[in-house]
Design a protein around this ligand. Structure first.
Ligand code: SF4
Ligand code: SF4
Length: 190
């Protein structure tokens, strides 16, 4: 991945964080003292550029740590399959979560950065989708009118543009991968 692409993605992540933080502050919401840890959610990711950026972070780790994460990733994938065989949604801690803390914080993916506060997005077909936020934020905002939300639209548009620029010249299939799967193979372009 070219340095300029990594910088553009890092800048987008920073903008997301700023917007998230504004909404969280207005709602007086934070993750502190949360009884849950949503890093056990079954998140799936869709961009090659984030996959490559994740690998930048992985390759900066000591090899023992990378091996440890990949070992956890293998177990997580088995657990996902086991849950899905029972028609259950997997609830398995992310392989790079170390005792509640993200071991790849600077390189974590888009959904890790957006999950929590209520949000909305306008799709190209003119529809508007609403996301109520995590269970704890829903408890906080229950019964309140005109709840402040984070508009994700421009962030997703920018991500699409960055992905297109990253993929230039490559024709690759759409992806829908867990972080565990991303950990076990390097992206086809990086
Ligand atoms: S986003 Fe919500 S569920 Fe996740 S840790 Fe924060 S408060 Fe808890
Ligand atoms: S990458 Fe980090 S923030 Fe995202 S789910 Fe894994 S541990 Fe949590």
């Amino acid at each position: 991945m070219e340095t300029s692409q990594a910088v553009s993605l890092a800048n987008l992540y920073a903008e997301m964080e700023e917007a998230y933080s504004k909404v969280a502050t207005l709602l007086d919401f934070s993750c502190q003292q949360c009884p849950d840890n949503c890093c056990d959610s079954y998140f799936q990711h869709h961009t090659y550029i984030e996959w490559a950026y994740l690998w930048q972070g992985l390759l900066s780790l000591p090899s023992e740590r990378l091996n440890e994460y990949q070992g956890r990733a293998r177990k997580a994938i088995l657990g996902y399959q086991e849950a899905m065989d029972k028609n259950e949604r997997p609830l398995i801690m992310c392989p790079v979560n170390d005792n509640g803390l993200c071991g790849l914080y600077q390189h974590r993916l888009l959904i890790c950065r957006l999950h929590g506060v209520p949000a909305s997005i306008s799709t190209p077909d003119g529809r508007n989708r609403q996301f109520p936020g995590c269970f704890r934020c829903q408890e906080l905002t229950a019964g309140k009118a005109n709840v402040t939300t984070m508009d994700r639209t421009r962030f997703f548009k920018t991500m699409v543009n960055l992905e297109q620029s990253f993929l230039q010249g490559h024709s690759l299939p759409k992806i829908k991968m867990t972080l565990a799967e991303m950990l076990l193979q390097e992206p086809p372009i990086s």
